[in-house]
Write a protein that binds this ligand. Structure first.
Ligand code: SF4
Ligand code: SF4
Length: 813
């Protein structure tokens, strides 16, 4: 190490292989100082001018911005901001042609300068040694500084390198034949460049800082040496003029004899390289507080009347640079951004200057001849001899043509710095570098696709793994479930046995207790077991409640029926006697039938009361209704009596005793007839209330009174007739035929009983007119004239039948 340092300090350089010596044209532009151009009409500031991501846009169209105002804010992924190069109005934010051989559109902020060139408020640092590492790095970051030598690597990343840096190298080797921007910058701003180097020295603390300058820049060497003489850790090293000694790897080899490994970076070997212009920008950012908004650009070529170096605002269109420097284009004029070796021809001059733009070359045809048609490789190996990266350009070209990307990578295509030395020396004029550039781009696309595919595969594998895991978990659950199920089934069986036992031992408290305990245990074992033995107590309660309601409804209904029956004049009959209720119903039906029969057979008579009875006489109708009710009661009494009378002769009367039988039959027939007559006469009886009929309906009241009197008379006649009938068999029957006599006596007794019942039925007619019955009567008051007519007809029929019955009684007697 000490030996190396000593060697470096002694000025030893270690040449790299390859390289060429193209003719130098630096004198065209390095004779004059750097000039400042007038403000352009517009500035096209591309958001991305470096390696890394765009910053976040902070401005909008139409907004006025100041010089140095940030247009974007840095984000992640090596993003650095861009700033307004001058004050003005943002006229557009849109994709614009980029500083690239393809001129692919790049999002850009278009600013129309207001001519004031008014700076934003600046924050210069007079003594940056007081700044912390992060503060200094942040200033560099916010200033939007990126490598100005060509690659555009974000400077704050290099400034914050965590790897130990042994040699900090300043790349002042401007190897391109035409470019003099760094040369003039060092000549005019050597102190600032050294100050920038010292800021990086503060951040990285390298063992030694080496300023590498080609020996064709004597003024710059002097200026830089003078500016750095106060710092013993900075040495200015002169390197031979050979192209491409300005290449990073080549310069490291020249100055330190160290080689960057393939696919590696300088920091891997303890080396860090900064461009001269980058260090100047760092100094401006810290000491002046100015962001990176301009840079020195060499405008040269035989078509330029005033070749030289200019301070070009970033975003200044190339056309403005050419016009300002006196551009006289020739037919099929080419404008190259960069040097003739590594630069590229611009598709248009309406492209803005970016941070890596160091030269605009506008050569004539003599100066930079058009490459002739590509010829076949003659395998001269001149390309390999010129390659500074020790590659095999010829072989790489074959692989690139056949798109053998694996072979290209095996042959370290990416170690190619695209210096163009191989193409420069190729006698077949094969554009070798273009092949490499295309191949590199395609390989990068493939790698990007592969990264996408790998990520997709990772997602797929992760998803598949998740699905497999879930499936396995499901299977495990299914495996565990049968075991649990068997336990449940055992419990089910136990519960079922308990229930069966409790049922078989119905009434056995011990079994019930055991069943309850079993159920409790089943509930305790879980819901599933509980479901197996449902609790029916609630259902049983509901069922019992429904039964109770049905029972109550039934009782209520029967009470309602009974009350209905009791409302009739049959209130003397036992309430609970169903037979009496049925008999009463039969009696009512018979009474109605008799009324209908009388209506049909005696229409003439029915008309009589109609004429005598007033149509509007309600009381008469009420009386008729009462009469019908009483008639029903009498019919009931007679009906009860009839079977007894009729059965007596049938069962007890001797077969041979014809007279007795005949007498009994006659008695029964008369009894029936009398009952029928009484039933038909009920309306007459019911007319009793007609005594309270209105005074003006005298005829109806008289008729009702007559009917009642006749009914009584008929009953009396029947009573008188019955003994005669009963006695007739007695006189004619044999003395010793006791059974016949007994039957006849029973018949007579029953006939009497019936007559008595009829009498009883008639006598309560007066009480029926009391207030107690008025309610029921009122309820039955006929409302229509038809009902009144029917009542009158019934009364007339009763009267007629009473007459008939009286007549029959007389005949019988
Ligand atoms: S320099 Fe050109 S012709 Fe010669 S080997 Fe290389 S590619 Fe072939
Ligand atoms: S362009 Fe590449 S292959 Fe050709 S000489 Fe330069 S480094 Fe070698």
């Amino acid at each position: 190490m000490d030996k190396l340092l000593e060697q470096i300090k002694k000025g030893v350089v270690w040449p790299f292989s390859g390289g060429i010596h193209p003719p130098q044209q630096k004198s065209l532009s390095n004779s004059a100082s750097i000039t400042r151009l007038p403000l352009p009409d517009k500035l096209v500031v591309a958001l991305k001018q470096h390696i890394g991501a765009n910053g976040k846009l902070l401005v909008e169209k139409g907004q006025h911005v100041l010089k140095g105002q940030a247009l974007t804010a840095p984000t992640a992924n090596w993003s650095v901001p861009v700033h307004a190069p001058s004050s003005g109005i943002i006229t557009d934010i849109a994709p614009q042609p980029s500083a690239h051989p393809s001129a692919l559109p790049e999002l850009s902020v278009v600013i129309e300068p207001d001519g004031k060139d008014e700076w934003v408020a600046l924050n210069p640092i007079n003594n940056p040694t007081t700044l912390s590492h992060d503060e200094l790095v942040n200033i560099i970051h916010q200033a939007g500084i990126s490598g100005m030598g060509g690659a555009g690597f974000p400077t704050y990343i290099k400034a914050d390198t965590k790897q130990p840096i042994e040699f900090l190298i300043v790349n002042a080797v401007e190897c391109e034949p035409y470019i003099t921007a760094d040369d003039t910058l060092m000549r005019e701003h050597a102190i600032e460049v050294i100050q920038g180097l010292e800021l990086m020295q503060q951040l990285l603390n390298p063992t030694l800082c080496i300023v590498g300058i080609e020996d064709n820049k004597p003024e710059a060497i002097i200026a830089m040496s003078k500016a750095a003489e106060h710092n013993e850790k900075i040495i200015v090293q002169t390197v031979p003029t050979i192209y491409p000694s300005g290449g990073e790897k080549q310069l490291i080899k020249l100055l330190t004899n160290r080689e960057v490994p393939s696919a590696g970076i300088p920091a891997d070997i303890g080396v860090l390289v900064h461009n001269t212009g980058t260090l100047f920008a760092v100094q401006q950012a810290v000491y002046e507080g100015k962001p990176l908004i301009e840079r020195v650009v060499t405008v040269t070529g035989n078509t330029i009347h005033k070749p030289g170096n200019v301070w070009a605002l970033l975003g200044t269109e190339i056309k403005h640079l050419l016009d300002c420097q006196g551009f006289s284009p020739v037919p099929q004029q080419r404008v190259v951004m960069g040097g003739p070796m590594m630069g590229f021809t611009l598709p248009t001059v309406r492209i803005g200057v970016v941070k890596t733009t160091n030269c605009i070359l506008a050569p004539d045809h003599k100066e930079l001849a058009e490459p002739g048609p590509e010829k076949a490789c003659i395998r001269c190996s001149a390309c390999a001899d010129a390659c500074p990266a020790s590659l095999l350009p010829q072989q790489l070209q074959w692989f690139a043509k056949s798109k053998e990307y694996d072979k290209l990578q095996e042959h370290n295509l990416f170690d190619c710095i695209e210096c163009g030395a191989c193409a420069y020396v190729c006698p077949s004029e094969i554009p070798l570098v273009q092949y490499y550039r295309v191949a590199k781009m395609e390989i990068k696309e493939q790698q990007a696709d592969k990264i996408k595919a790998d990520r997709a595969k990772e997602r797929f594998d992760a998803r598949k793994e998740r699905l497999d895991r879930e499936q396995e978990e499901r299977q495990n659950r299914h495996k565990r479930k049968p075991a649990a199920k068997s336990a449940d089934e055992k419990q089910k069986v136990a519960d079922a046995l308990a229930r069966v036992k409790s049922k078989s031992d119905n009434g056995d408290e011990k079994s019930a207790v055991a069943a309850a305990i079993a159920r409790a245990k089943a509930k305790k074992l879980g819901d599933q077991s509980a479901e197996l033995e449902p609790d029916n107590s609630e259902v049983a309660k509901e069922r019992a409640l429904r039964k109770e309601q049905a029972r109550k409804y039934k009782d209520q209904k029967s009470q309602t029926d009974e009350s209905a029956v009791s409302e009739t004049p049959q209130s003397d009959a036992p309430v609970d006697d169903k037979k009496a209720a049925v008999a009463a119903a039969i009696a009512r039906a018979k009474a109605k039938k008799a009324a209908q029969a009388n209506e049909a057979t005696e229409p003439a008579e029915s008309e009589v009361p109609q004429t005598d009875t007033p149509v509007d006489d309600k009381k008469a109708a009420v009386a008729a209704a009462i009469a019908r009710a009483k008639a029903k009661k009498a019919a009931k009494a007679l009906e009860d009596a009839e079977p007894t009378v009729s059965e007596a002769p049938q069962t007890d009367a001797p077969v041979d005793d014809k007279k007795a039988a005949v007498a009994a039959a006659i008695a029964r027939a008369k009894a029936k007839k009398a009952a029928k007559a009484l039933e038909d006469a009920e309306p007459v009886v019911s007319e009793t209330p007609q005594s309270e009929a209105p005074v003006d309906d005298k005829k109806a009241a008289v008729a009702a009174a007559i009917a009642r009197a006749k009914a009584k008379k008929a009953a009396k006649a029947l009573e008188n007739a019955e003994p005669a009938i009963s006695e007739a068999p007695q006189t004619d029957a044999p003395v010793d035929d006791k059974k016949a006599a007994v039957a006849a006596a029973i018949a007579r007794a029953k006939a009497k009983k019936a007559a008595k019942a009829l009498q009883d039925a008639e006598t309560p007619s007066a009480p029926d007119n009391t207030d107690n019955s008025s309610s029921s009567i009122d309820a039955n008051v006929p409302k229509s004239s038809d009902d009144k007519k029917k009542a009158a007809v019934a009364a007339a029929i009763a009267r007629a039948k009473a007459k008939k019955l009286q007549k029959e009684g007389n005949d019988q007697s």
